[in-house]
Design a protein around this ligand. Structure first.
Ligand SMILES: *Cc1c(COP(=O)(O)O)cnc(C)c1O
Length: 398
């Protein structure tokens, strides 16, 4: 057996979307080939990043782009760029931000697990508003300690439109950082968020773009992307021979920084090649065929579990402005009639072989979610078979 299969253990059916926990994406043969080819040569990583940045710039319409180790790493780099700008002394000090403008304004509804990524760079999060945030509250929260504002692209009921935040931030000379990790699909968000005027947007390479799991995109203002790059790349360099010494000669920076806050988020040549290959495929992918496949798979699940005791399944379509634009199936479990709870269903599915990963967020409320994004052919029927088997074991026990 191959090393990869040996490490994998039981086969996994991924009904939770392109989630990191379930391995992200299955890569297209072209993407795998791009990574394999990159594995066979040496390259100066800054040269490869510069070429990749050109592609990202073209696809997103941003001034500049950069390949990161994921959206979370991208958010840390974005915060580092907002904190230090092109001030090399500040770059060298992060995450120590004592005495710097280090506050990032975040709408209260937009607090989430991933804002740790911003704090990691040394930023301090300042929450603004309550369930809703009014423009005047954002305006009044700005002080001389503010360095940026943060926005979660997938707020289902925008408590303050992104365009309003951008307008207020720019009136005060502040950049807006957007978490666009689940803003796709639709693919149009790759450029629409930049089009609104966001200064830095972080995307996941391993989600709907279906690039390598440990890759992402940071795109936006040229000076901020340069700052992120300088704080990300290996800085084992000398002023006289540094390939980017023109930055010093042009007076943009006083000298090369030391290894920065992002050094631990390094991106290999294989990830850069794979991500760019996936991104170029993404803009020409057949999303209509994808949506038709999703519909078939969801239909297979809803009809396949029909009639099982205590189980009801229905397709849920996303609201027109919700992100990502992906339908799902929700199975509601009535523990009395089924003989097991929704949490039991999740646990029994993830103890099976094949092992089925589901969306667990509402299991405590009796609902198990199934996303079609990462299902492979036959997966939907195998999910049905697994649920039917769990149901008949429960019926036998009851
Ligand atoms: C997945 C996710 C991220 C992190 O993306 P990675 O590419 O895995 O680093 C950040 N924010 C949100 C809201 C996400 O869902």
């Amino acid at each position: 057996m191959s090393v990869a299969l040996e490490l994998r253990g039981p086969r996994v059916i991924n009904a939770r979307g392109n989630s990191t926990k379930a391995g992200g994406s299955v890569l297209a043969p072209e993407v795998i080939e791009a990574m394999a080819e990159a594995a066979r040569f040496f390259v100066r990583i800054e040269d490869m990043q510069a070429a990749a940045g050109e592609v990202i710039r073209r696809v997103t319409g941003a001034e500049a782009g950069y390949v990161t180790a994921g959206a979370s790493a991208g958010l840390t780099m974005a915060a580092a760029a907002a904190l230090a700008g092109l001030d090399v002394e500040k770059m060298n000090r992060l995450p120590d931000t004592a005495g710097m403008a280090n506050e990032i304004l975040v709408l209260r509804r937009h607090r989430n697990d991933y804002d740790h990524a911003l704090r990691l760079a040394g930023a301090k999060i300042v929450e603004v508003g309550f369930e809703w945030t009014f423009p005047y509250e954002l305006e009044e929260a700005i002080t001389e300690r503010t360095c940026a504002m943060f926005y979660l692209a997938h707020d289902p009921v925008p408590s303050l439109p992104l365009a309003d935040m951008i307008r207020i931030a720019h009136a005060h000379g502040l950049p807006v950082i957007v978490d666009g990790s689940v803003a796709n699909p639709p693919a149009s968000n790759l450029h629409a968020i930049i089009g609104l005027g966001a200064d830095l947007v972080a995307f996941s390479g391993g989600k709907h773009i279906e690039g390598p799991q440990a890759s992402g995109i940071l795109c936006g203002r040229r000076d901020l992307i340069l700052s992120a790059a300088l704080q990300h790349q290996d800085m084992d360099v000398y002023p006289e021979t540094w390939p980017l010494r023109h930055l010093v000669e042009e007076g943009l920076i006083v000298g090369p920084p030391h290894h920065g806050i992002g050094r631990g988020f390094k991106v290999g040549k294989e990830e850069i090649a794979g991500l760019i290959c996936a991104l170029e495929r993404y803009v020409v992918r057949d999303f209509g065929a994808e949506a038709a496949r999703w519909t078939r798979d969801l239909e297979t699940i809803t009809t396949g579990v029909r009639g099982l005791p205590g189980i009801s399944a229905r397709r849920i379509d996303p609201a027109p402005d919700a992100l990502p634009q992906v339908p799902r199936v929700e199975i509601t479990v009535d523990p009395q009639a089924a003989g097991y709870t929704a949490n039991d269903l999740v646990n029994r599915l993830q103890a099976g072989d094949p092992l089925v990963c589901t969306v667990e967020g509402q299991a405590r409320r009796g609902i198990v979610g199934f996303l079609p994004l990462a299902l492979l052919p036959e997966d939907a029927s195998e999910i049905v078979a697994a649920i039917r088997a769990i149901s008949s074991v429960a019926a036998g026990a009851g």
